[in-house]
Ligand binder design. Structure first.
Ligand code: FMN
Length: 215
């Protein structure tokens, strides 16, 4: 009888001990949610799963020439998107509307187009060009090519090691081989194939073009 009593005491003690241990293990749902949140936050701050925007890894220059502000607007939208530095290529002698008359074979632009050696002088310089590894270059299409001040720009700096991305605006012409002529003025640089934007191109059109570029 004494043995039975002792056995009962042991069983009851064991029952309480097991109950106490399992009570201690019960999860507090709020606390557990917080823990999960904290671990998520840690992942985010590490950025382990998030690929940073590629443009943020580069120092980007957005250079452009524009006689009547169409290309200027596109360049500004690109600059906003990539958060680069904007640089306007400005000829020392600006183009008058008579100069821009492509129907007159004696207009300044017509004459400049016919003479491959012409390099109109341009104002100012890009400050510390060395710091940029990506250069967007924008221009209007003139007679199927880039305007000559853009040629002057390319002959004014060393573009080796840089990635160059041409873009243009035009009445209807594509970018065609306009950038190929410019590429010949540079050494050891990587030229991506360029694109033409219409005068009404939107920020989202430009953003998706940039997203598709590999640099
Ligand atoms: C001298 C000159 C030549 C041009 N030649 C062409 C051409 O060959 N093809 C074309 O589609 N547009 C041509 N255009 C139209 C311009 O490319 C177009 O209006 C451009 O968007 C103007 O850009 P901007 O305002 O930045 O100067 C020409 C314009 C000028 C003034």
């Amino acid at each position: 009888m004494k043995h039975l009593k002792n056995l009962l005491l042991v069983v009851v003690t064991l029952f309480f001990a097991v109950s106490l241990i399992s009570c201690g293990k019960t999860e507090d749902p709020i606390e557990s949610e917080n823990e999960n949140n904290n671990s998520n936050n840690e992942n985010n701050s590490n950025g382990s799963n998030e690929k940073p925007n590629e443009t943020s890894e580069h120092k980007i220059l957005v250079a452009y020439f524009s006689a009547t502000n169409t290309t200027k607007r596109i360049a500004e939208l690109i600059q906003e998107e990539v958060e680069g530095t904007l640089f306007e290529i400005v000829p020392v002698v600006s183009y008058t509307s008579a100069d821009l008359n492509y129907n007159n074979s004696n207009s300044r632009t017509s004459l400049e187009n016919q003479d491959d050696s012409i390099r109109p002088e341009i104002k100012g310089m890009v400050e510390n060009m060395d710091q940029y590894d990506v250069v967007y270059i924008g221009y209007p299409i003139w007679f199927g090519k880039a305007p000559k001040p853009v040629y002057t720009f390319f002959e004014s700096y060393d573009f080796s090691g840089k990635t160059i991305i041409p873009f243009c605006t035009s009445g209807s012409s594509s970018i065609g081989s306009s950038a190929t002529y410019l590429e010949k003025l540079t050494k050891s640089s990587t030229w991506l194939s360029g694109t033409r934007f219409s005068s009404t191109a939107t920020q989202s059109t430009i953003a998706s073009w940039i997203k598709g570029l590999k640099y």
